[in-house]
Design a protein around this ligand. Structure first.
Ligand SMILES: C[S@@+](CC[C@H](N)C(=O)[O-])C[C@H]1O[C@@H](n2cnc3c(N)ncnc32)[C@H](O)[C@@H]1O
Length: 203
């Protein structure tokens, strides 16, 4: 049976040992932060987990609102990554428009592949509503081209014990192109898996 991830139980049981809770930034992220595409600004981290990426950005001049549906993750994030430039909020991406706030940059690292395919269109719309024209969106998620996952675009994630939904390039274009222009859509090695990195600007 397909289950919704119980993120609170996971964070409560495994906490900082969860495989994505890395202290050292992956090279693709450090290089992106150093690139011309990024500059210190007001950002929203969607599905922030422990906020490790946000902390890295805060140390480089960004202000970041860190959002996650898991109270346990946000509690751990506040303990671990407290910084004057970081705020934390427990909220689900289904309610992003309730934020009533605009950002220069919104980023999602490894959340999109946990959303059911039927939730993707609304997610793209809600992300776009938080950005002004020209505002930036960065999304990074598992790609369909990861041979260990097979070719049915769904796999049982042994860490979260739930179905994870792989995305293909055509699907990314379909959900985001109504609102965004792509600056980059490429496969990158990340954490021993092939992922898509999407850099976009709101139309
Ligand atoms: C694989 S973790 C990645 C966390 C973080 N981005 C990182 O890379 O360290 C996915 C995160 O998305 C959060 N999440 C999943 N579904 C969500 C939803 N519908 N709304 C908000 N957060 C969600 C989970 O609680 C979890 O912290």
């Amino acid at each position: 049976m397909k289950k919704s991830p119980d993120w609170n139980t996971l964070y409560g049981a495994v906490g900082e040992e969860l495989p994505w809770c890395v202290d050292e930034m992956p090279s693709w992220f450090a290089e992106l932060v150093d690139s011309d595409w990024m500059e210190p600004c007001s950002a929203l981290a969607v599905g922030c987990g422990l906020g490790n990426y946000a902390f890295y950005l805060a140390e480089r001049g960004y202000t970041v609102l860190c959002l996650d549906r898991s109270e346990e993750a946000i509690s751990l994030a506040k303990q671990k990554n407290s910084h004057p430039s970081l705020r934390f909020i427990v909220e689900s991406v289904e309610n992003l428009t309730s934020l009533d706030e605009q950002f220069d940059l919104v980023y999602d690292i490894s959340l999109l592949h946990h959303l059911k395919p039927s939730a993707r269109d609304d997610y793209a719309f809600q992300l776009s509503s938080l950005l002004p024209s020209g505002g930036k969106l960065m999304v990074c998620m598992f790609s369909e081209d990861e041979p260990r996952f097979g070719k049915n675009y769904e796999f049982m994630n042994p860490v979260t014990d739930t179905i994870t939904y792989l995305l293909e390039k055509e699907e990314l274009l379909r959900i985001f192109e109504p609102y965004f222009v792509f600056d980059k859509l490429e496969k990158i090695p990340f954490d021993n898996y092939l992922r898509y990195l999407c850099l976009m600007r709101k139309k």
